[in-house]
Design a protein around this ligand. Sequence first.
Ligand code: PEP
Ligand code: MG
Length: 589
Amino acid sequence: MKGWRVMDIRQGIPVSTGITIGEVFLLEAEGVRIPLHFIPKKDVDRETARLEKAFENALAELKNLADDLSAKAGRKIAEIFFAHVGMLADESFRGEFFGRISDKLYTAEFAVARTMRHWRSIFQKDGFMAPRVTDLDDLEKRLLRHLLGQKREELSNLKSEVVLVSHDLSPSQIATVDAGKVKGFATDAGGPTSHTGIIAAALGIPAVVGLGTITNEVTGGDTIIVDGSQGIVVVEPDKETRRRYSQKRKAAMKSDQVLLRELKDLPSETKDGHHISLMANIESPREIGKALKHGADGIGLYRTEFLFVGSDSIPSCDDHYRAYMDAVKSLEGRPLVIRTLDLGADKFNSHQPALKEHNPFLGLRSLRYCLKNPEVFEEQLRAILRASASGKLSVMFPLVGGVEELKAANAILAEVKVQMKRDGEEYDSQMPVGTMIELPSAVMGADALARNCDFFSIGTNDLIQYALAVDRGNEHVADMYRPEHPAVLRMISMTVDSAKRANIPVSLCGEMASAVIYTVLLIGLGITSFSLAPPQIIPEVKKIIRSINMSDARDLARAVSSAEDADHARDLLTEANEKIMKAAGIPSL
Ligand code: PEP
Ligand code: MG
């Protein structure tokens, strides 16, 4: 029955690997799912009557609303609702909805969704009408509400598995979805290392962002394939495409399992014996089990702000402590690097709502926020120190701009220690303190920073965004977000040199650590510890490490670093990577 629809293939930005095939849940359509699409011919009259009733109810509701508002605030303000009344009363507009029931045998809900989609695309192409698209959304929601009534299936209460399609998703929205039911994400907006993608990866849910207009191309209930490894989305796939992707998914899962079995207990070292530590990134202690199962040596980045994001209260010192102790227990003596709150920019909760900032990514975020809110910072530091008495903990500060900020953070940490000593609380007085290198100013000032901390962790997600002035979450400039850009490679190199001079370790915890094309290059640049996500990638990275010599890695780093531009660097990397993967025996799927 659905054969009339043409398969649609879209390229977006891959942010969470894996393949999923499922039914679309379109978040914009009032966050409800349209349960059935087609009816038998005998039900046309019944379905037409349902739609007529919904129109009638919606019209009555809108007239009341318009009259009410008109009386309270004047006719001008109520104009918008009178316009909605006009649209619903327009015979030719209405005719389209009913035609879809009688001619195409759609359910009333599906007829509404499809007709509105048709009109949305007409409005969007017309400069004058484009701003009115939200009116169509509004009308669609109203009609669907009347049609579905109590039967509405909402995102917060899904009964079956879906793929979530939406214009954009905030980290807090994505952090609160039911991962047992939401099996994939596809969004119009979003960039290569947006936090939305990072959380999707942590949940193990395939995701593609930056698809432009995917929300216009699908209707709730459509079948969709999300290939989060290649960044491809297929809407209404034909039989052959479905079969191909099912096979690909099975092959990828099998290859992951084989790699895991083969490598889990082998050391992560190069052929000539250089050890490279492989840690995992987490947003919650719940993820630790999976990380260890895949061979992580410990946790190299715990993004603690997710205790805040998506919650509606400020975590107390005890809340922090409980979470850290959960992590300590699961790790059984393995290292845990806790990053202090990286709130702000795109990460908020209801107690720290978005400030009105023109440039939030250049605003009061991260360590800057903590230094201006010492009471929030101190609560967290006390909890970290308390947990340090029971496990192998380190703390690190995000988005450090220069040595004055690091010194200010260190001073607050020292003050909390004094208070704890006074209160007789135990903590590890030798707990290492790290600096995240995420800003060009931190790279330039790395020598001084190194003298004031115990280790560096390079956060390439932010470092790339700030070095190249390319928003990491913006699909319009995603092609300019280039980890292999000569400026970025030089900054990584400079950071490693400063760390070496001060004799402190340096690891890398941005998404660049998880993209295997960069593994050998980064080792050649002097990185000796990676913190990765999702952990499923660890066996593959280990396999690559075990197939190379340090001298090969250094040669590659020298060649790529001397490339004049990112394109040339990428070509060199692609060519080298094909050989490396072949030598390592990793199949390209
Ligand atoms: C980074 O910026 O590379 C990083 C690891 O931190 P986040 O992605 O949380 O900003
Ligand atoms: Mg960062």
